[in-house]
Design a protein around this ligand. Sequence first.
Ligand SMILES: Cc1ncc(COP(=O)(O)O)c(C=O)c1O
Length: 435
Amino acid sequence: MKFENRINRTQSASLFEEAKNYFPGGVNSPVRAFKSVSGPPLFIKRGEGCRFTDEDNNTYIDFCCSWGPLILGHNNAEIKNMVIETVEKGTSFGTPTKLGNSLGKLILENHSYIEKMRFVSSGTEAVMSAIRLARGVKGKSKVLKFEGCYHGHVDSLMVKAGSGLATFGVSTSAGIPEAFAKETLVVPLNDKSALKEALEKHGDDIACVIIEPIPANNGLLLQEKSFLEYLRQVCTEHDVLLIFDEVISGFRVGFEGAAGYYGIQPDILTFGKIIGGGMPVGAYAASAEIMGHIAPEGAVYQAGTLSANPVAMAAGFAALRQTLGSNFYENLAQKTEYFVKKIQAYCDEQGYEVSIQNIGSIFWMAFTKETIRSADQIDPASMEKFKILHHDLLQRGVYLGPSGYEVGFVSAAHQKEDLDQAAETICVAMDIVFS
Ligand SMILES: Cc1ncc(COP(=O)(O)O)c(C=O)c1O
């Protein structure tokens, strides 16, 4: 299919050509290159509320929201003001700051599943540190993960299931020694018997199981609550720590994330995205006892030059304080439900094979009627439909993340009128997809 552009993307196209001289593939993170959709990536120069504007002056209603951090939309006034106020006093001191305390206190006082935390600078760093912590606490080396969950570009987690019945993983990136991949076992999501078998066979060597409790990096693979409860139970039985990777779900489906949503107590939690209000912040957290293993209190070393950077702490504080407002999460979930239902109703009426999964303010459009709970249920051929949808929506001023495997996010800045406009636009684009 030939994708014709009705909008002008010449500035973005020429900036992308220039960027290729500086960065591999022209980007600093692979999915930004638009490889799985059409045309050059948009170079964005400004955002306000639920919209952003590219270098060609096209404006879009944005459902990518910087891949999740912008739960309050673009250029939120409180975040901006607090960041400016902080920057005026300096950008980094390499010492503890009062702002770090403020954000730590705000989080710990409002999150009943954690007692102590450590700030880092990205989700990947949070996960990497959490895995080291788990290994340090348990004195075991293997990690179990689930096919279809992404945990950042951590060596031992860039691993997919091996062929046949082998549960040991094979790496999904060059540059990862097979010996590292062999430290990781991979089992399918939502499959109690595969999990049970892996833990029975290898539990004595497994330090931790890591899961995105709301898997949102390979479509939205909502798990049955009973599966997550079973996971908690078998981890305890096998003396294995359970890590909830809440880099996406944390502060997204509620202040207490997926742990609070499902009422399940993990041993270690990892955070990123929303926690930094749009600045580079990650964190890992656990009981005081487990966190006591981290240096300088304990023997597990982990450090960071810019960890708890004051400007980033200010942004995170200003963001999270707003999420604690009354009915913040209820309103967001209701708006998302309204938006999703509108599109779903239209697709059903037209007989289009589409089902939109959603939880809280996360949504994902699948080009099937099947309920998808594991990665292998996604038909790669359906991504061609997403490509058409994505292209057409760009022409009409709606921006989705540039891959059909990525979820969309609704922010507090998306008003009912914006959602109506976007839903109507998506319905028109669906007509094109299915024409
Ligand atoms: C669940 C999850 N864990 C970890 C990461 C890695 O976070 P970062 O990109 O900040 O390194 C991501 C990123 O999308 C994620 O979604």
